[in-house]
Design a protein around this ligand. Structure first.
Ligand code: IMP
Length: 431
C-alpha cells in the first residue's frame, strides 16, 4: 500500500517515534498533519539520539521529503532552533528536504503567554495541564480567522494588517488576565527577522502532496498526540486543540481521504496520560508506580511524570473505530514482564449498567467504573524479542486477547526502543 497514516490510539506517548522512524525508512515523503511542538519524538539512530518536536521524523533520514502541513500550528522560532540543533548533529535540512505549507498558522509568543497565564489562573478542576506551548490559543486564532500564516510573512503590509487584527483580539484578553499589552512594533520586527529564514521552506503543500501521490511515491503521515486527546472524540475539555484522528491526515495536508491506504494505530500494552482529565484505569498504587518506573514514563516535551494504569481495551476499541485503524503496533509489552496478574479493562459499569464505550457526558465519565478481566502474567523477559517463538506463552495470550477485545489485529509488536526489536506481522506499506 502506498500511503500510511500513523496515529496514537491512546493519550499520546505510545512510542510512535520508533515505529514512525522504522516506517519512514521505506517512505518517500513524511508529513506532519496536526499538532505542533507540544509533541515529542525521540529517535535513536546508530546510537545517536535525536529529540524532535515540530520536525517530521523523516528529516533525520537522507533522501526523504519532510512536510509540515497546514493542519499543524508552527512556532517559527522554535522550529529554527530545532533545525539548528539537528543540523549540529550532522543532519542536512534544506528546502529540498523540508517544506512547510504556506497556509500553516503560526504560533506567536503571545499564544504561549496566554496558554500559561490561563493555566496559572485556572483552579483545580478547570486546569487542562497543557504543555504551555501556545497550541490551544494558536488553533483558536486559526478558526477565529485572525491567524498569522506562513504566507503572510512574505508581504510587509499584509503582515502588519494581520498583526493588528490579532492584537485587537488579544490585548483586551491579556488585560483581563492582568498581562501587559503586546508590543506591536517589536513583534513585527521579530516576524520580519524570522521571515527570511522560514519563507525558503514555504510551499503549496497540497499541490506537492498530490503530485507525489500521482507519481506513486510512498507517503507516511505522522500523527502526534493520541486519539483520546482529539478535540472532538477525546476526553473533552482535557484534550489538545486539534483533530488527532486519522481523518485529519487528509485535511491537514490537502489530499483526499481516498489517498489513505492503511491506518496504523500505536498502542501501548498499558495506559498512560499526562495532564488532567478522566482516566478510568489509573493506578495510584504500587502497580502504577512500577509501570511508570519500568516504562520510564516521563514526558519528552515537559518532563512531567505520566499517570499510569492498566490497559483499557474499551477505549482503544473506540479509537480504532474513530480512526479506522487497520492494524496496531503494540509497544512496551516488556514493561509488563514480571507482573503476577494483569488486568485489562473490557468495559465500564455505569449506574448498574454495563457500557461498551466511554460516554461523552463528564458526570457519567466520572461515575464509570472499569470492569476488569484478569490474566496470568509471565516471569520471563520479553525485552528484545524478535519473533513469536521468543515470547512466553502468557505474553502471547495477552496480545491475542488485546486483539480480540479491541477488534483489530496486531501488525507490529515492539519489544524495546531498538529498531530491530520488532516483530512484523503485517507490513503497512506492503502492496
Ligand atoms: P496542549 O496540546 O499543550 O494544549 O495540551 C493539552 C493536553 O494534551 C494536555 O493534557 C497535554 O498533556 C496533552 N498533550 C499534548 N501533547 C501531548 C503529547 O505529545 N503527548 C501526550 N500528551 C500530550
Amino acid at each position: 500500500m502506498a500511503n500510511v497514516v500513523v496515529v496514537g490510539a491512546q493519550w499520546g506517548d505510545e512510542g510512535k517515534g520508533k515505529i514512525v522512524d522504522w516506517l519512514s525508512e521505506r517512505a518517500d515523503v513524511i508529513a506532519r498533519f496536526q499538532g505542533g511542538h507540544n509533541a515529542g519524538h525521540t529517535l535513536v539512530i546508530d546510537g545517536k539520539v535525536y529529540k524532535l518536536h515540530a520536525l517530521p521524523s523523516g528529516v533525520v533520514r537522507g533522501g526523504k521529503l519532510s512536510v509540515i502541513g497546514n493542519g499543524v500550528v508552527l512556532d517559527p522560532w522554535h522550529l529554527l532552533n530545532e533545525i539548528a540543533t539537528v543540523r549540529a548533529q550532522g543532519v542536512e535540512i534544506t528546502p529540498e528536504t523540508l517544506i512547510i505549507a504556506e497556509n500553516t498558522p503560526l504560533i506567536m509568543p503571545f499564544h504561549g503567554e496566554l496558554d500559561r497565564a490561563r493555566e496559572e489562573a485556572a483552579s483545580k478542576g478547570t486546569k487542562i495541564g497543557t504543555t504551555g506551548r501556545g497550541i490551544g490559543p494558536a488553533y483558536e486564532d486559526k478558526v477565529g480567522r485572525r491567524a498569522i500564516r506562513v504566507a503572510d510573512l512574505a508581504d510587509a503590509a499584509t503582515l502588519e494588517a494581520r498583526v493588528d487584527r490579532a492584537l485587537q483580539h488579544h490585548d483586551p484578553l491579556r488585560k483581563g488576565l492582568g498581562v501587559e499589552a503586546i508590543d506591536r512594533d517589536a513583534l513585527i520586527a521579530l516576524l520580519n527577522e524570522v521571515a527570511g529564514e522560514i519563507l525558503p521552506f514555504a510551499a503549496p503543500v497540497w499541490k506537492v502532496m498530490n503530485e507525489k501521490r500521482k507519481a506513486g511515491k510512498r507517503i507516511l503521515f505522522e500523527g502526534a498526540q493520541g486519539a483520546l486527546l482529539d478535540i472532538d472524540f477525546g476526553t473533552y475539555p482535557y484534550v489538545t486543540s486539534s483533530n488527532v484522528i486519522a481523518g485529519q491526515a487528509a485535511t491537514g495536508v490537502g489530499i483526499g481521504p481516498n489517498s489513505i491506504d492503511y491506518v496504523l494505530g500505536i498502542v501501548k500494552a498499558y495506559t498512560t496520560r499526562v495532564g488532567e482529565g478522566p482516566f478510568p484505569t489509573e493506578l495510584e498504587d504500587e502497580d502504577g508506580n512500577r509501570l511508570g518506573t519500568r516504562g520510564h514514563e516521563f514526558g519528552t516535551t515537559t518532563g512531567r511524570k505520566r499517570r499510569c494504569g492498566w490497559f483499557d481495551a474499551c477505549l482503544v476499541r473506540q479509537t480504532c473505530a474513530t480512526s479506522g485503524i487497520n492494524g496496531i503496533s503494540l509497544t512496551k509489552l516488556d514493561v509488563l514482564d514480571g507482573f503476577k496478574t494483569l488486568k485489562i479493562c473490557t468495559g465500564y459499569e455505569l449506574d448498574g449498567e454495563r457500557m461498551d464505550y466511554l460516554p461523552t457526558a463528564a458526570d457519567q465519565q466520572a461515575r464509570c467504573r472499569p470492569i476488569y478481566e484478569e490474566m496470568e502474567g509471565w516471569s520471563e523477559s520479553t525485552e528484545g524479542a524478535r519473533s513469536w517463538a521468543d515470547l512466553p506463552a502468557n505474553a502471547i495470550k495477552y496480545v491475542r486477547r488485546v486483539e480480540e477485545l479491541i477488534d483489530c489485529p496486531v501488525a507490529l509488536l515492539s519489544t524495546s526502543p531498538e529498531r530491530e526489536d520488532t516483530i512484523l506481522v503485517t507490513d503497512p506499506f506492503a502492496d
